[in-house]
Design a protein around this ligand. Structure first.
Ligand SMILES: NC(=O)c1ccc[n+]([C@@H]2O[C@H](COP(=O)([O-])OP(=O)(O)OC[C@H]3O[C@@H](n4cnc5c(N)ncnc54)[C@H](O)[C@@H]3O)[C@@H](O)[C@H]2O)c1
Length: 348
């Protein structure tokens, strides 16, 4: 069982560092895709006594230079297949654009490496199945980088669900909405490289943690709509990330959808890079037969001793972003080295 005990320790606590003696084994891990998110992966992995970062791969020389200068990585490659053949890492962390997650994960698994891939798992279900097949055939671990499962708000709601406070969760509303937050780096506006826009980039996080909180029911049908009305034009208002590449932007600005599950539950999801709303929202709320609640603020609505009550935690550990990234990588390392249960495996 995954440890869901309540702790005031850092979310990314280092199991190996907790013992005095040096670790018996070390995981040799390579980073494929040395862009923005990889820096947080590297910072987390570098703090773990039982991990060695043995190589970095990127097609941009500038990023390899950053890896060398900032993190002292020495084995740097522009071709991940060559890296796999020469370095033979125990594990890889795939931090490339979405269209590369599946081929890179499959090749790494075939080369005998465990894989953690950044979210989303891949572009579509066919690619996900290819990854699962490769993991099964190689007997290696396959994890997906969904760090919001580790968030204290999510864990609080999961514990409440497990204790029966919600009864059956019937309806969940997920919102991952930015008023004007089109990434002005990377390839987030290019459908052929990312698979889509805010739904696959942001919505996936909130849907995933909500689905996890629901107990991972099986989806049976889905419907949705997407609209593009701002991202493909130059920005004409001040915003946090101005100057995005509108010329190549071919993903949606806003997506809304509806998923029905085998157990009768329904999930509604809204995701945007750009929308005329009052403020950004990152949340899910839900209604169950015995109780409901929301992720932010973490709240439970239920009946108690003849009174309708709203319950809020007196204390929860912080869920800072770097700590969540650290927690997901710690779980992956524990799974690779010590056969711990993966918290976010390729298949749930
Ligand atoms: N878990 C999270 O909260 C989170 C946050 C940000 C990004 N991500 C995910 O991480 C991934 C990368 O996002 P990012 O923000 O770091 O993007 P980024 O553009 O900053 O980094 C991607 C890197 O991959 C490199 N790359 C592209 N093709 C390559 C190839 N063939 N071989 C090796 N390297 C290659 C690029 O040169 C770039 O440096 C995406 O899938 C994104 O969804 C996850």
């Amino acid at each position: 069982m995954v440890d869901r005990s309540v702790s005031t320790d850092s979310l990314g606590r280092d199991q190996a560092a907790a013992v005095d003696s040096p670790p018996k084994k070390k995981l040799k891990i390579a980073i494929i895709g040395c862009g923005g998110i990889s820096e947080l992966h590297i910072q987390a992995l570098r703090s773990m006594a039982d991990v060695d970062i043995v190589a970095g791969v990127d097609i941009k020389p500038r990023r390899l230079q950053v890896m060398q200068q900032k993190f002292s990585l020495t084995h740097l490659y522009d071709d991940y297949l060559r890296m796999l053949a020469e370095v033979k890492p125990d594990a890889v962390s795939v931090c490339t654009p979405n269209s590369l997650h599946a081929p890179m994960a499959v090749h790494a698994l075939q080369a005998g490496a465990h894989v953690i891939t950044e979210k989303p798992m891949a572009m579509n279900p066919i690619e996900c199945r290819q990854m699962l097949g490769a993991a099964k055939k190689s007997g290696r671990k396959l994890a997906v980088g969904f760090q919001y499962r580790y968030h204290p708000h999510t864990q609080m709601l999961v514990r409440a669900r497990d204790s029966g406070q919600f009864g059956d969760v019937m309806f969940v509303k997920c919102q991952a909405l930015r008023r004007r937050g089109i990434p002005n780096w990377g390839v987030f506006g290019r459908k052929e490289l990312q698979g889509g826009g805010p739904m696959i980039d942001l919505g996936v996080h909130v849907m995933e943690m909500a689905h996890y909180m629901m107990g991972s029911p099986r989806p049976v049908s889905a419907a949705g709509n997407i609209w593009t009305y701002l991202g493909h034009k130059p920005g004409n208002v001040a915003s946090m990330w101005p100057g995005w590449d509108h010329a190549t932007y071919n993903v949606e600005d806003l997506a809304v959808g509806h998923i029905r599950f085998e157990n009768g539950a329904v999930m509604q999801v809204e995701a945007s890079f750009a929308a005329h709303i009052a403020a950004d929202i990152w949340n899910f709320s839900f209604m169950g037969t015995r109780g409901g609640g929301s992720w932010d603020p973490p709240t439970i609505h239920t009946d108690s001793a003849g009174t309708m009550v709203n319950i809020t935690p007196a204390f929860l550990p912080s869920g800072d972003f770097a700590g969540l990234i650290s927690a997901k990588l710690r779980n992956f390392v524990d799974a690779c080295l010590y056969d711990a249960e993966l918290m976010a495996p390729g298949e749930t």
